[in-house]
Design a binder for this molecule. Sequence first.
Ligand code: ADP
Length: 321
Amino acid sequence: MKVIEMKNVHKYYGKSHVLDDVSFSVEKGHIVGLIGPNGAGKTTIMKILSGLAHRSSGSFSLFESETGIHKNRNRLSFMIESPIIDLSLNARNNMEYMRILRGVADEKKIDELLKYVGLEDVGKKPVKNFSLGMKQRLGIAMSLLADPEVLVLDEPVNGLDPEGIVEIRHILKELCEVYGKTLIISSHLLSELSELCTDYIIINHGRIVESLSTEELMLHSRSYISVKTDNISRTTATLEEKLGIRDFKMFEGSELRIYEKLDKLADVSNAVTSSGDTILQFVLKNESLEEYYLDKVDHNKGEVDKSRKNVLTRLSGRSDT
Ligand code: ADP
């Protein structure tokens, strides 16, 4: 069942086109990572889902219904930008406030949830003295009070230290695997959500660059031959000339990454040595998922830059050709 589906959504703030034809869906029981650099449009998508912002055009449905959006929003819980927490109150009082606000009758839930997120022993300490990780965990406990089927969390691990990230990741994974919740989580770093999500939606400049499952993402992380020599430009020229390599990238000016001829390692190394260059490194590697993501958003930036350049060229009446 699709718990969320957005179709061809556009959003303008004044003349600024911040969401451009956004379409995606979230299946029940999945953990979907909405990944993109700052300013990509992640919060805007979440605000539209929560009703904090309105789409300019397009449609969306919750639980496969476009008509019952208002009622169905009660089945979701949102933590957008930062948790709604009163910093002068302690954790328990914040939970009590939220319990009343959401009309939750069962008072026992407060202690159960504080225990669940590891905040049962924080006593009367006001939240302003909490670490960022504790605040985020309290925010998650508050989101869970009304027993939502879906949690929408905007950058829940942003700014946390690695230990804090692991703690939140563990809680979120359990919410999905043990309690059957559906989660949609945003982050500007793929690595923060790795080993957590079942699906990833990569967004950049308000456009969805790619939607893919974890398995597909793994397949996409490409293997390559990493070559370092004492004269990498001459090595590159030799390989282009002798083996006709085209699918390669220069990395940090000293490492040549070749994405083809992976089954012809001997041919590649022979071609390098035949140029007279000394091999400093010759190894088969796998591109990390973070590199794959950065490649996607950079590639997209290239397209946007190109289209901007075309517009400028048209406006100035000049042509490159
Ligand atoms: P992200 O969450 O991916 O960092 P946002 O959705 O917050 O991105 O922002 C997307 C774009 O929309 C940004 O360029 C941002 O400056 C712009 N934006 C966000 N909110 C507003 C607003 N209320 N008015 C005008 N522009 C906005």
